[in-house]
Structures are given as structure tokens and as C-alpha cells.
Design a protein around this ligand. Structure first.
Ligand code: DOR
Ligand code: ZN
Length: 431
């Protein structure tokens, strides 16, 4: 497939921003210049639109194997493509979990066959994600995991986490930790505070995150492991990470679109689609998270796409599973609340959503001659109303349903193949 993208504003991810045409020749970016014309190429007119390096989501739950009623690798990657993502890293809390080479191979094979964006599996830190026996990391790494994580099942024993990090360091594997001390989060279902009290719901205190984060920072310092903090949600966590970075600890962090834009006030109507772990916090936390993003304390925006079925969520608030289906609203949420408001630039969005997550995962990204053509074209000004029924994801669990947002993904191009085009039905065919 040969494609020419004409007249778009190209943000290349390396600091450049200019109006230019891009020529993609069989998967590779062949030219970036004014007025490129080539014969027998598909021409995309991107006048008034941004042409960006594909988004990379370093925190996606694809649910396959084991929870195919919630999502599959096919529907999850279609959702990713619709959200402008060209690569997703998928969490190991499947059934069986991604804790052995066989499951890594399985995920890779299904992704190859049915996936429409690139899928990078994340392996489990302990067997069965039970927090007891560490996984065979050398084998997992050889099979192709890009990181190890305990997401959803945080390792409570400091001793075991230290062993995980010691081996992780030996195999140069990124350690992605979901920071939650279960003895502090207990039966909580939303942020501890006045709103939880008013609603009669059990709270999850900020300490549940911060205590575990502090522990993990101390262990990363002791072992030299590369630590990445999943879904940071509190002001105190931002301060801990900032301090750790100042001290030279090898640490990076991500924040989700929902933690950057919503607070526990969204829980007022007991909508279970606002139930997520970590919980939506307060305005003060949201402001600290944005500050952390702006000053480089937080490196990346990741969706924590956690699809659940309608039945899973159609229960009293206490009983519902945690999670938000986030891939298809991530760009428009960040564009609406942070870019269009002037809080961050589109260039910064590209750093948080495309370049930094790629760097942390150790993959290449960015628009330059000779690079793989992983590209997203967006219209930042088009407004739309979020309709969960239109999601490609099986997970319709979004707190943004019915909200007017700005910013629409027009095309997602993965390795030079158009994998998503707005308003077009799509079949996976290699050309
Ligand atoms: O909200 C969440 N959902 N947080 C997690 O840590 C796990 C995830 C899931 O797997 O549903
Ligand atoms: Zn998590």
C-alpha cells in the first residue's frame, strides 16, 4: 500500500511541527516534504488536521484468554485503532494469566491473526498472579514480554516484591506496579472522603496507594530495578515520584485520562461506570496530576482500558467490578480538557501519548524518513457526543457517555496499513 497524506500539520515527535505531506511506501515513511505527488498512491487530504505518531497505550486490558465476554484481542485492538493507538501493551490479568511462555505465545499468535494494531504482552510478576512464587522471567522475556506487572493483584509481601525486582533488574525488565496496599483499601469502592460518607459507600484512602508506592520506590532504589508506576491518582503520589526522580531513582509514571479530568463528584448518581481502581479522587488531586504531567514527574498518559460487560456493571455500586473502557475516548478527553483549554500543547500530548510510552517500553515511534509508518490523523476541532453503543470495544463502561467532547480520530495507520478510518466499516486485509 502506498499512501500520501497531504496538507496536514505534522508533529513528528522529535520537536518538529510543520505543514507537510508524507509519503508512505509499503509500511515505511519515504518522504516528508511540501507538495509530494506520487502515482498510484491512496491520497488522504489532511488539511486542517494533525498528523501525529501513533498513540501507544502502555496499559490495556484485552481480557483474552479467559474473559472473552468482556473483550477479545480482536475487539480490543479495533477499539485501540478507533482511538488512534497503533500499539497497546496488554496486562497479564487474564485467565490463565500471562505468566508463562505458552500464554505469551498465545496472545502474540491471536494478535497476529486477529489484531489490527500491534500488541505487546506484559508478563505477570508471580505465578498465577498470586503474589507468592516469581515467574520464570528469562523465559517470559525470550517469549517477548515488554514488561512485568502485578496490575489488579498487587504483591503484598515486600520480600517477594524485592525478589521480583532483583530478578527483573537482572533481565532488564520494566516493573510496572499497581500501587495498592490491600490492608488499607479493604472493601472500599470509591475515594475516602465527604462524598463517600454522604453516599454511604466505603472509602479507599489515598494512603492505600501512597504507602505501597513509597515501598516500591524504596525497593527500586535498593535493587536498581526500572520501576514504572501505573495509574497515579493522588497528590501525595505525585510528590513521592517527584522526590524519587530528584534522587535519581529509575522511575517513570503514567496517569489515566479519567484521573486527569474527573473527581469523586462523578460518583454522586451511583453510576457504576465511575467505579475504577484507583478511585476518582478530588479536584486538588486532579490539579496535582496535571502539574506532575507538566513538570515531567509523570511521563505518560495511559488508558487502563478495563472493559466489563453491561451485566457486570448493572449491580449495586459496592458489587460492581472496577474499570473504565477508555481507548476510544482517551484522545478526545485529553484534547478537550487539556489541549483546547491551553493547559498543554498538542506537541505535549504527542509526548505523553505517543513518544514517552514508546520510550518507556523500549520501542521506536515518531515520524521521520525511514521509520515505520505508525501514524494517527486527528481533527482537533470536531465536536461529537460520546455514544458508548458506537464503541468498537465490547466494554461500554464509560463515565463519558453523553458528554460533548472535541477531537476526532480520522485515520489510524499501522505499519503503513490503514487500520481505522472514520465512518468506514473495516475489514483486516493486507495490501
Ligand atoms: O479499574 C481497574 N480495572 N483497575 C485495575 O487495576 C484492574 C482493572 C481490571 O482489570 O478490570
Ligand atoms: Zn491497576
Amino acid at each position: 500500500m502506498r499512501i500520501v497524506i497531504k496538507n496536514g500539520i505534522v508533529i513528528d515527535g522529535f520537536g518538529g511541527e510543520e505543514k507537510a505531506d508524507i509519503f508512505i511506501n509499503y509500511g515505511i515513511i519515504k518522504g516528508i516534504d511540501k507538495n509530494i505527488d506520487v502515482s498510484d498512491a491512496i491520497v488522504i487530504d489532511a488539511e486542517g488536521k494533525y498528523v501525529l505518531p501513533g498513540f501507544v497505550d502502555m496499559h490495556t486490558h484485552l481480557r483474552q484468554p479467559g474473559f472473552e465476554e468482556k473483550e477479545t484481542i480482536k475487539t480490543g485492538t479495533e477499539s485501540a485503532a478507533a482511538g488512534g493507538f497503533t500499539t497497546v501493551a496488554c496486562m497479564p490479568n487474564t485467565n490463565p494469566p500471562i505468566d508463562s511462555e505458552v500464554v505469551v505465545e498465545y496472545v502474540k499468535a491471536v494478535a497476529q491473526r486477529e489484531g489490527v494494531v500491534k500488541v505487546l504482552p506484559i508478563g505477570a510478576m508471580t505465578k498465577g498472579m498470586k503474589g507468592e512464587e516469581i515467574t520464570e522471567m528469562a523465559k517470559l522475556k525470550k517469549a517477548g514480554v515488554v514488561a512485568l506487572s502485578d496490575d489488579g493483584f498487587p504483591i503484598m509481601s515486600a520480600g517477594i516484591m524485592k525478589r521480583v525486582m532483583t530478578y527483573g533488574k537482572m533481565y532488564d525488565l520494566l516493573m510496572i506496579t499497581h500501587c495498592e496496599d490491600k490492608t488499607l483499601s479493604g472493601e472500599g469502592v470509591m475515594n475516602s472522603g465527604i462524598i463517600a460518607t454522604m453516599l454511604g459507600l466505603k472509602g479507599i484512602p489515598r494512603e492505600a496507594e501512597e504507602v505501597m508506592l513509597a515501598r516500591n520506590i524504596i525497593l527500586a532504589k535498593a535493587t536498581g530495578a526500572k520501576l514504572h508506576i501505573a495509574h497515579v491518582s493522588t497528590k501525595g503520589s505525585v510528590e513521592l515520584i517527584r522526590r524519587a526522580k530528584e534522587e535519581g531513582v529509575s522511575i517513570t509514571a503514567e496517569v489515566t485520562p479519567h484521573h486527569l479530568t474527573l473527581t469523586d463528584e462523578a460518583v454522586y448518581n451511583y453510576d457504576t461506570n465511575t467505579k475504577v481502581f484507583p478511585p476518582l479522587r478530588t479536584r486538588e488531586d486532579v490539579e496535582a496530576l496535571i502539574e506532575g504531567l507538566k513538570d515531567g514527574t509523570i511521563d505518560a498518559i495511559a488508558t487502563d482500558h478495563a472493559p466489563h460487560t453491561k451485566d457486570d456493571k448493572k449491580v449495586p455500586y459496592d458489587m460492581a467490578p472496577f474499570g473504565i473502557s477508555g481507548l476510544e475516548t482517551a484522545f478526545s478527553v485529553i484534547n478537550t480538557f487539556l489541549v483546547q483549554t491551553g493547559i498543554i500543547t498538542m506537541k505535549a500530548l504527542v509526548n505523553y501519548m505517543s513518544m514517552n510510552p514508546a520510550r518507556i517500553l523500549g520501542i521506536s515511534n515518531g515520524i521521520r524518513v525511514g521509520a515505520t509508518a505508525d501514524i494517527v490523523i486527528v481533527n482537533p476541532h470536531e465536536e461529537y457526543t460520546v455514544d458508548k453503543e458506537k464503541f468498537k470495544s465490547k466494554g461500554k463502561n464509560t463515565p463519558y457517555h453523553g458528554m460533548k467532547l472535541k477531537g476526532v480520530v480520522e485515520y489510524t495507520i499501522v505499519e503503513g496499513q490503514i487500520r481505522y478510518q472514520k465512518n468506514k466499516k473495516f475489514e483486516k486485509v493486507e495490501i
